[in-house]
Design a protein around this ligand. Structure first.
Ligand SMILES: Cc1cc2nc3c(=O)[nH]c(=O)nc-3n(C[C@H](O)[C@H](O)[C@H](O)COP(=O)(O)O)c2cc1C
Length: 316
């Protein structure tokens, strides 16, 4: 079974990828989407979105990082994909799932699922341009406002030469509201020869098992669940519902995150609080910690507070 870390803009950025692949067991991750309009992107854009290109296209833990593009210009998507591969991307993924209004208004992301021919054209343009040994994949939802073109899009992606397709088991109209319709992945899987990777609402080992059962898929992409519960891949692989990482272990991971060396200018404390808020859903300790650190605005005092927490655990 392959387990993959989902692309999530503003969430699974290089620092989060580095810490999650440090503790988790992912086969690969995917960058946040890189938007392509009408130009070849300068190298600093790649440095920002995928600094792992400088280290063989892998995180420090050795997990490959696929580069994801979003756009509707076939020539420019192809040119940028070639560039990313020249810079060291091990694989290219194309985004047909983004529900954001601004993105959709500019004919990017999930809105293209109403135009399977365009989906085909874009995937083919990238596939034809990128060296044969480099996989090109696509990530789609079940549809835009409904599932009418679900199978057409899946076929369009396969016929264009994609190596696999990842399907978030909801339409754009479904947004992120549960449930995810895992059973709807079964007809896609049955219709295609290429691998179909299941995605959506997998928060624990039980969800993973249920998704595999209902979809018949073999591989899973994990999004928010992997951020909320950093040992999710380990639990799924060991088929256990018992947490495998203790809160103490996770405190070390949080310090590692705050010490993250990428994108120095970014608001690390804000990013950290976002993560802590997500972990509060799963770990009671995160909720308690939140109350203690919510007023801290600088990185160093935050790290010190986490060290104090870690020491308290050792004393206990
Ligand atoms: C904050 C956020 C940002 C996202 N950004 C992207 C993105 O850049 N590219 C993409 O293909 N999907 C993106 N997604 C969708 C996720 O990859 C995934 O399909 C979705 O969250 C469902 O999986 P989950 O229920 O396991 O989180 C994003 C989702 C979230 C919550």
């Amino acid at each position: 079974m392959k387990l993959l870390l989902a692309p999530m803009e503003g969430l699974t950025d290089p620092i989060m990828r580095e810490v999650l692949t440090h503790v988790g067991d992912f086969d690969w991750c995917v960058t946040e989407f890189i938007r392509v309009t009408d130009s070849l992107l300068p190298e600093h854009v790649y440095d920002t979105y995928c600094p792992e290109l400088k280290t063989g296209g892998k995180t420090a833990a050795g997990t490959p990082v696929h580069v994801q593009f979003l756009g509707n210009n076939p020539d420019m998507l192809a040119a940028n994909a070639v560039r990313a591969v020249e810079l060291g991307a091990p694989a290219i993924d194309l985004n047909f799932g983004c529900p954001a209004k601004t993105v959709n208004r500019h004919r990017g992301g999930s809105v293209l699922l109403d135009e399977p021919d365009v989906v085909h054209m874009l995937v083919k343009a990238v596939r034809d341009a990128v060296p044969h040994h480099v996989p090109v994949s696509a990530k789609m939802r079940l549809g835009y406002m409904d599932r009418h073109f679900m199978l057409d899009n899946a076929h369009a992606i396969e016929d264009a030469g994609a190596s696999w397709v990842t399907v978030h088991a909801r339409t754009k109209a479904d947004g992120y509201t549960p449930p995810a319709f895992w059973d709807q992945l079964a007809p896609i899987r049955e219709a295609l020869k290429i691998n179909v990777i299941a995605n959506g609402e997998i928060w624990n080992n039980q969800d993973a098992k249920q998704c595999l059962l209902e979809s018949g898929c073999q591989d899973l992409m994990l999004g928010r669940g992997a951020v909320t519960t950093p040992d999710l891949t380990l639990c799924i692989r060991q088929n256990t519902d018992t947490a495998l990482l203790k809160w103490q272990d996770l405190l070390g991971l949080q310090i590692r995150f705050l010490n993250g060396k990428f994108k120095k200018e970014m608001n690390m404390v804000g990013r950290y609080k976002q993560w802590l808020g997500m972990m509060s859903k799963h770990y009671p300790e995160a909720k308690l910690l939140w109350d203690q650190v919510k007023r801290i605005k600088e990185v160093q005092p935050m790290i010190e507070q986490l060290h104090i927490q870690a020491q308290n655990f050792e004393v206990k």
